[in-house]
Design a protein around this ligand. Structure first.
Ligand SMILES: [Zn+2]
Length: 52
């Protein structure tokens, strides 16, 4: 069985830099939001997904 996935950026909500790429299932209803280290803010900030 093949799972369709798409790649998304994880964008820092404070400085809007695209720090990470990740992937999630194509029809996933949830929005990704993760606490990650942002090297521009030099801090852990929440990152939201954005389409590639
Ligand atoms: Zn940042």
């Amino acid at each position: 069985m093949k799972i369709k996935e798409r790649y998304v950026y994880l964008v820092c909500t404070k400085c809007s830099n695209r720090n990470y790429t990740t992937h999630k299932r194509l029809k996933a209803a949830y929005k990704l939001e993760k606490k990650k280290y942002c090297r521009f803010c030099r801090n852990h900030t929440s990152h939201k997904e954005r389409k590639l």
